[in-house]
Design a protein around this ligand. Structure first.
Ligand code: SP5
Ligand code: ZN
Length: 344
């Protein structure tokens, strides 16, 4: 099974995010990919290859042209205004405001296209987020060639990014772009299984009114965890998409007993739906030692997790999302893939 990775993704390297009322070092940093690559190489889990360049069109199948253009030009404009630090918003459009009008000012645009203060843009962001989409698409292409599995080692991650909004360390929704690419390649009954600790609000919103992609998410309950404003169990899809979104939120402190059983349930639902191809938004921030999360999975649990997904017996694309306990991240991600490969 191939891992796809682009060194250009490492050009996104934010200094600080604003969290807990203070500036903290970015949790989402290049060291995450480095440690995963080192572990995959040490375990000989398959070739690590660079992505092909599929151009910008597959991105535009998911994201709006204005949003893509904003991300492409934001840093240059920021610099042209004489600003030097990383780019972060400080005001957002909110309830009762003009949410459908894009301001001319760069600060206005920042607030229009983003939803949190943890997701800085800097000089290498565009190259990195573009590369991450190509990594995701190349993984999808592997499946369309008939491979049973692939791992798109994406960063920055993607599942919080919506059609025209970024946040949660995410800019382009890599998993959604890969999924759309599969559909456009003639695949049917594609499902997304999101097992990042946080609800994938971007993925949900992209597919919410559609019945061609089933989205199932296991995550910390939004009433007590980021992203707070989406991810509740009564969100089941809208219009023709009704019944094509399933949220399985769990309380803080959740361990493998509940998590494993909930994953079994999710896979049963996907079986009933008739899923033929699976895209897994893989976050290892469900780990007990994750610095920003409150679930209790162990490194060993990730082997079992990979085995459960393998037992589902469908071509599977893993797309990396979160996971911030960097020392264990390589082991945890490699454990998922080891469990997956061992039981095929
Ligand atoms: C892809 C992904 O996993 N994005 C997660 C973004 C989470 N951003 C909010 C972080 C809030 C951290 N709160 C820390 C509490 C413990 N000090
Ligand atoms: Zn996460």
């Amino acid at each position: 099974m191939k891992t796809i990775f682009s060194p250009a993704q490492q050009l996104h390297h934010g200094a600080r995010e604003f969290t807990d009322g203070q500036w903290t070092l970015c949790n989402e940093h290049p060291g995450r990919s480095s440690i995963i690559l080192a572990e995959l190489e040490a375990r000989k889990l398959g070739d690590i290859v660079q992505p092909q360049d599929w151009g910008i069109d597959p991105i535009l199948r998911v994201h709006s042209p204005a949003f893509v253009e904003f991300l492409q030009n934001a840093w240059t404009q920021w610099q042209a205004e004489g600003r030097t630090g990383d780019m972060l918003p400080s005001v957002w459009c909110s309830r009762g405001m003009r949410t459908n009008r894009v301001p001319e000012s760069l600060d206005g645009k920042l607030g229009y296209y983003s939803f949190d203060s943890g997701t800085p843009i800097m000089s290498g962001t565009w190259q990195a987020v573009y590369a991450a989409t190509q990594v995701a698409i190349t993984g999808a292409h592997q499946l369309s060639l008939g491979e049973q599995g692939a791992f798109s080692l994406c960063r920055p991650p993607g599942h919080h990014a919506a059609v025209d909004q970024y946040g949660g360390y995410c800019f382009f929704n890599n998993a959604a772009i890969a999924t759309q690419f599969l559909l456009d390649s003639g695949c049917n009954r594609v499902a997304i299984l999101d097992i990042d600790y946080h609800h994938g609000n971007g993925t949900q919103s992209i597919f919410y009114q559609r019945n061609d992609v089933y989205v199932v998410s296991l995550h910390a309950h939004p009433s007590e965890e980021y992203p707070f404003f989406l991810g509740y169990e009564d969100e089941r899809g809208d219009g023709i998409g009704e019944g094509y979104n399933l949220n399985l939120p769990m309380r803080l402190g959740t361990d493998w007993a509940l998590y494993g059983a909930t994953l079994d349930h999710a896979l049963q639902v996907l079986e009933r739906h008739g899923t033929e191809i699976l895209v897994v938004s893989l976050g290892c921030d469900t780990f007990h030692d994750d610095p920003i999360s409150r679930f209790r999975l162990t490194s060993e649990n990730y082997i079992r997790l990979g085995e459960k997904i393998a037992a589902f017996q469908k071509p599977t694309l893993f797309v990396l999302e979160g996971g911030y306990a960097v020392d264990a991240l390589g082991i945890n991600v490699a454990n998922v893939l080891t469990g997956f490969l061992g039981k095929r």
